[in-house]
Write a protein that binds this ligand. Structure first.
Ligand SMILES: Nc1ncnc2c1ncn2[C@@H]1O[C@H](COP(=O)(O)OP(=O)(O)OP(=O)(O)O)[C@@H](O)[C@H]1O
Ligand SMILES: [Mg+2]
Length: 247
Protein backbone atom coordinates (compact mmCIF):
# COMPACT_ATOMS: atom_id res chain seq x y z
CA UNK A 1 0.00 0.00 0.00
CA UNK A 2 1.24 3.50 -0.79
CA UNK A 3 2.13 5.99 1.93
CA UNK A 4 -0.93 7.71 3.40
CA UNK A 5 -1.39 11.40 2.56
CA UNK A 6 -2.04 12.27 6.20
CA UNK A 7 -0.23 10.38 8.94
CA UNK A 8 -1.01 11.11 12.59
CA UNK A 9 1.16 9.39 15.20
CA UNK A 10 0.94 9.52 18.97
CA UNK A 11 -0.78 12.89 19.05
CA UNK A 12 -1.47 14.17 22.54
CA UNK A 13 -3.17 17.44 23.40
CA UNK A 14 -3.83 18.83 26.81
CA UNK A 15 -5.66 21.96 27.95
CA UNK A 16 -4.36 22.75 31.40
CA UNK A 17 -4.62 19.51 33.31
CA UNK A 18 -7.31 18.15 30.99
CA UNK A 19 -6.06 15.54 28.52
CA UNK A 20 -8.20 16.00 25.41
CA UNK A 21 -6.32 13.76 22.92
CA UNK A 22 -4.37 10.75 24.16
CA UNK A 23 -1.98 9.21 21.70
CA UNK A 24 -4.03 9.41 18.50
CA UNK A 25 -2.80 7.35 15.52
CA UNK A 26 -4.62 7.79 12.23
CA UNK A 27 -3.85 7.44 8.53
CA UNK A 28 -5.80 9.00 5.71
CA UNK A 29 -4.93 7.68 2.27
CA UNK A 30 -5.16 9.89 -0.79
CA UNK A 31 -8.71 10.08 -2.21
CA UNK A 32 -10.21 8.69 0.98
CA UNK A 33 -12.98 10.13 3.10
CA UNK A 34 -12.48 9.45 6.81
CA UNK A 35 -15.26 10.35 9.24
CA UNK A 36 -14.71 11.10 12.92
CA UNK A 37 -17.71 10.30 15.07
CA UNK A 38 -18.21 10.43 18.83
CA UNK A 39 -20.00 12.29 21.58
CA UNK A 40 -19.65 15.94 22.44
CA UNK A 41 -16.25 16.65 23.97
CA UNK A 42 -14.66 13.45 22.66
CA UNK A 43 -11.95 15.43 20.84
CA UNK A 44 -13.05 15.51 17.17
CA UNK A 45 -12.64 19.26 16.69
CA UNK A 46 -9.41 19.33 18.63
CA UNK A 47 -7.95 16.65 16.37
CA UNK A 48 -8.94 18.59 13.23
CA UNK A 49 -7.52 21.79 14.73
CA UNK A 50 -4.23 20.02 15.50
CA UNK A 51 -3.98 18.90 11.86
CA UNK A 52 -4.64 22.45 10.65
CA UNK A 53 -2.05 23.78 13.11
CA UNK A 54 -4.63 25.94 14.86
CA UNK A 55 -3.48 24.09 17.98
CA UNK A 56 0.03 23.01 18.87
CA UNK A 57 0.24 19.33 19.82
CA UNK A 58 1.90 18.45 23.12
CA UNK A 59 3.35 15.24 21.76
CA UNK A 60 3.36 13.16 18.59
CA UNK A 61 3.63 14.02 14.91
CA UNK A 62 1.43 14.91 11.97
CA UNK A 63 2.76 14.39 8.45
CA UNK A 64 1.12 15.64 5.26
CA UNK A 65 2.85 13.78 2.47
CA UNK A 66 6.56 14.22 3.02
CA UNK A 67 6.38 17.21 5.33
CA UNK A 68 6.04 17.06 9.07
CA UNK A 69 3.44 19.69 10.01
CA UNK A 70 4.33 19.42 13.68
CA UNK A 71 7.99 20.30 13.09
CA UNK A 72 8.41 23.49 15.14
CA UNK A 73 10.77 24.89 12.49
CA UNK A 74 8.06 24.65 9.84
CA UNK A 75 6.29 27.84 8.75
CA UNK A 76 2.70 27.10 9.83
CA UNK A 77 1.22 29.54 7.32
CA UNK A 78 3.05 27.87 4.46
CA UNK A 79 2.01 24.38 5.57
CA UNK A 80 -1.59 25.45 6.05
CA UNK A 81 -1.83 26.47 2.39
CA UNK A 82 -2.09 22.81 1.47
CA UNK A 83 -5.11 22.30 3.73
CA UNK A 84 -8.67 23.60 3.39
CA UNK A 85 -10.89 23.77 6.46
CA UNK A 86 -14.61 24.45 6.89
CA UNK A 87 -16.27 24.86 10.29
CA UNK A 88 -19.80 24.51 11.55
CA UNK A 89 -20.76 28.13 10.85
CA UNK A 90 -19.49 31.67 10.37
CA UNK A 91 -16.98 30.68 7.74
CA UNK A 92 -17.41 33.61 5.38
CA UNK A 93 -16.34 37.21 5.85
CA UNK A 94 -19.64 39.11 6.14
CA UNK A 95 -18.31 42.34 4.58
CA UNK A 96 -17.13 40.67 1.36
CA UNK A 97 -19.16 39.35 -1.56
CA UNK A 98 -19.17 35.59 -2.11
CA UNK A 99 -16.79 36.07 -5.02
CA UNK A 100 -14.35 38.17 -2.97
CA UNK A 101 -14.53 35.64 -0.13
CA UNK A 102 -13.42 32.92 -2.54
CA UNK A 103 -10.71 34.89 -4.36
CA UNK A 104 -9.17 36.37 -1.21
CA UNK A 105 -6.71 33.59 -0.38
CA UNK A 106 -5.75 32.74 -3.98
CA UNK A 107 -4.98 36.43 -4.64
CA UNK A 108 -3.43 37.49 -1.34
CA UNK A 109 -1.69 34.31 -0.27
CA UNK A 110 -1.00 32.50 -3.52
CA UNK A 111 -0.48 35.56 -5.71
CA UNK A 112 -2.97 34.56 -8.39
CA UNK A 113 -3.97 37.54 -10.61
CA UNK A 114 -7.50 38.85 -9.98
CA UNK A 115 -8.96 37.88 -13.38
CA UNK A 116 -7.67 34.34 -13.13
CA UNK A 117 -8.78 33.98 -9.50
CA UNK A 118 -12.25 35.25 -10.39
CA UNK A 119 -12.56 32.96 -13.41
CA UNK A 120 -11.68 29.93 -11.26
CA UNK A 121 -14.00 31.08 -8.48
CA UNK A 122 -16.92 31.46 -10.90
CA UNK A 123 -16.26 27.97 -12.21
CA UNK A 124 -16.29 26.60 -8.66
CA UNK A 125 -19.49 28.49 -7.81
CA UNK A 126 -21.12 27.13 -10.93
CA UNK A 127 -20.15 23.60 -9.96
CA UNK A 128 -21.63 24.11 -6.50
CA UNK A 129 -24.86 25.59 -7.88
CA UNK A 130 -24.11 29.12 -6.72
CA UNK A 131 -23.30 30.88 -9.98
CA UNK A 132 -25.98 33.52 -9.38
CA UNK A 133 -24.73 34.33 -5.87
CA UNK A 134 -21.23 35.54 -6.75
CA UNK A 135 -21.92 39.22 -6.12
CA UNK A 136 -24.11 38.74 -3.03
CA UNK A 137 -22.95 39.19 0.53
CA UNK A 138 -23.18 36.08 2.73
CA UNK A 139 -26.20 37.36 4.69
CA UNK A 140 -28.27 37.13 1.49
CA UNK A 141 -27.62 33.37 1.27
CA UNK A 142 -29.36 30.52 3.05
CA UNK A 143 -27.33 28.52 5.57
CA UNK A 144 -26.84 25.70 3.08
CA UNK A 145 -25.73 28.13 0.37
CA UNK A 146 -23.30 29.75 2.82
CA UNK A 147 -21.77 26.40 3.65
CA UNK A 148 -21.45 25.55 -0.06
CA UNK A 149 -19.75 28.92 -0.59
CA UNK A 150 -17.45 28.13 2.34
CA UNK A 151 -16.56 24.83 0.67
CA UNK A 152 -15.88 26.71 -2.57
CA UNK A 153 -13.57 29.02 -0.64
CA UNK A 154 -11.73 26.06 0.87
CA UNK A 155 -11.33 24.53 -2.60
CA UNK A 156 -10.13 27.73 -4.25
CA UNK A 157 -6.53 27.21 -3.17
CA UNK A 158 -6.54 23.63 -4.51
CA UNK A 159 -5.64 22.03 -1.18
CA UNK A 160 -4.31 18.49 -0.89
CA UNK A 161 -6.47 17.80 2.15
CA UNK A 162 -9.89 19.06 3.25
CA UNK A 163 -10.96 19.18 6.90
CA UNK A 164 -14.68 19.56 7.63
CA UNK A 165 -15.87 20.07 11.20
CA UNK A 166 -19.60 19.36 11.56
CA UNK A 167 -20.32 21.48 8.52
CA UNK A 168 -24.02 20.60 8.48
CA UNK A 169 -24.84 20.69 12.17
CA UNK A 170 -25.94 24.34 12.26
CA UNK A 171 -28.26 23.87 9.28
CA UNK A 172 -32.00 23.37 9.17
CA UNK A 173 -32.64 19.72 8.32
CA UNK A 174 -33.92 20.49 4.81
CA UNK A 175 -30.60 22.19 3.94
CA UNK A 176 -28.31 19.38 5.13
CA UNK A 177 -28.71 17.30 1.97
CA UNK A 178 -27.47 19.94 -0.45
CA UNK A 179 -24.22 20.34 1.49
CA UNK A 180 -23.67 16.59 1.89
CA UNK A 181 -24.27 16.17 -1.87
CA UNK A 182 -21.35 18.53 -2.45
CA UNK A 183 -19.13 16.47 -0.14
CA UNK A 184 -20.12 13.27 -1.96
CA UNK A 185 -19.25 14.99 -5.25
CA UNK A 186 -15.83 16.00 -3.91
CA UNK A 187 -15.15 12.37 -3.03
CA UNK A 188 -16.13 11.37 -6.57
CA UNK A 189 -13.58 13.86 -7.83
CA UNK A 190 -10.87 12.21 -5.75
CA UNK A 191 -10.35 14.74 -2.98
CA UNK A 192 -9.04 13.61 0.38
CA UNK A 193 -11.29 14.52 3.29
CA UNK A 194 -11.11 14.15 7.07
CA UNK A 195 -14.39 15.20 8.63
CA UNK A 196 -16.20 15.22 11.95
CA UNK A 197 -19.88 14.50 11.45
CA UNK A 198 -23.09 13.61 13.23
CA UNK A 199 -24.66 12.39 9.98
CA UNK A 200 -24.38 8.62 10.37
CA UNK A 201 -26.36 7.85 7.21
CA UNK A 202 -24.01 10.01 5.21
CA UNK A 203 -20.93 8.51 6.85
CA UNK A 204 -22.19 5.08 5.94
CA UNK A 205 -22.68 6.02 2.29
CA UNK A 206 -19.53 8.04 1.72
CA UNK A 207 -16.83 7.25 4.27
CA UNK A 208 -14.04 4.81 3.50
CA UNK A 209 -13.11 4.71 7.17
CA UNK A 210 -15.00 5.68 10.32
CA UNK A 211 -13.26 6.43 13.62
CA UNK A 212 -15.20 6.46 16.87
CA UNK A 213 -13.63 8.75 19.45
CA UNK A 214 -14.32 8.68 23.14
CA UNK A 215 -12.49 10.72 25.72
CA UNK A 216 -9.63 11.59 23.40
CA UNK A 217 -9.01 8.05 22.18
CA UNK A 218 -9.92 6.38 18.89
CA UNK A 219 -11.78 3.48 20.47
CA UNK A 220 -12.79 1.84 17.26
CA UNK A 221 -11.85 2.27 13.63
CA UNK A 222 -12.79 0.42 10.48
CA UNK A 223 -14.85 0.55 7.34
CA UNK A 224 -18.09 2.50 7.61
CA UNK A 225 -20.00 -0.75 7.27
CA UNK A 226 -18.11 -2.41 10.11
CA UNK A 227 -18.14 0.44 12.62
CA UNK A 228 -21.68 1.65 11.94
CA UNK A 229 -23.49 -1.65 11.48
CA UNK A 230 -21.41 -4.13 13.48
CA UNK A 231 -19.49 -2.15 16.11
CA UNK A 232 -17.19 -4.27 18.25
CA UNK A 233 -16.93 -1.97 21.25
CA UNK A 234 -19.77 -1.51 23.68
CA UNK A 235 -19.06 2.23 23.84
CA UNK A 236 -19.55 2.48 20.06
CA UNK A 237 -22.79 0.50 20.29
CA UNK A 238 -24.06 2.78 23.07
CA UNK A 239 -23.14 5.91 21.12
CA UNK A 240 -24.79 4.67 17.93
CA UNK A 241 -28.00 3.59 19.60
CA UNK A 242 -28.17 7.00 21.26
CA UNK A 243 -27.70 9.01 18.06
CA UNK A 244 -29.81 6.72 15.89
CA UNK A 245 -32.66 7.00 18.40
CA UNK A 246 -32.61 10.74 17.95
CA UNK A 247 -32.49 10.83 14.16
N1 LIG B 1 -9.44 26.00 23.85
C1 LIG B 1 -9.80 25.11 24.78
N2 LIG B 1 -9.45 25.27 26.07
C2 LIG B 1 -9.80 24.38 27.00
N3 LIG B 1 -10.48 23.25 26.75
C3 LIG B 1 -10.87 23.03 25.49
C4 LIG B 1 -10.55 23.94 24.43
N4 LIG B 1 -11.06 23.44 23.28
C5 LIG B 1 -11.66 22.28 23.61
N5 LIG B 1 -11.54 22.02 24.92
C6 LIG B 1 -12.06 20.83 25.62
O1 LIG B 1 -11.55 19.71 24.96
C7 LIG B 1 -12.51 18.65 24.92
C8 LIG B 1 -12.70 18.19 23.50
O2 LIG B 1 -13.35 19.20 22.77
P1 LIG B 1 -13.66 19.10 21.23
O3 LIG B 1 -14.20 20.43 20.84
O4 LIG B 1 -12.49 18.60 20.51
O5 LIG B 1 -14.81 17.99 21.22
P2 LIG B 1 -15.75 17.52 20.02
O6 LIG B 1 -15.60 16.05 19.92
O7 LIG B 1 -15.45 18.32 18.81
O8 LIG B 1 -17.22 17.85 20.58
P3 LIG B 1 -18.53 18.38 19.79
O9 LIG B 1 -19.20 17.16 19.21
O10 LIG B 1 -19.36 18.99 20.87
O11 LIG B 1 -18.11 19.37 18.77
C9 LIG B 1 -13.77 19.22 25.58
O12 LIG B 1 -13.81 18.76 26.90
C10 LIG B 1 -13.56 20.70 25.53
O13 LIG B 1 -14.20 21.32 26.61
MG1 LIG C 1 -16.55 19.68 17.70
Amino acid sequence: MSEPLLRIRGVRKQYGSRLVLRSIDLDVAEHQVVCLIGGSGSGKSTLLRCVDLLEVVDDGTVHLGESELTDPRLDANLARRRIGIVFQAYNLFPHLSVLDNITLAPRRVHGVPRRQAEASALELLDRLGLADKAQDHPDRLSGGQQQRAAIARALATEPDLLLFDEITSALDPELVGEVLDVVADLKQRGLTILMATHEMGFARQVADQVCFLEDGVILEQGTAEQVLTAPRQQATQRFLSRVLDHS
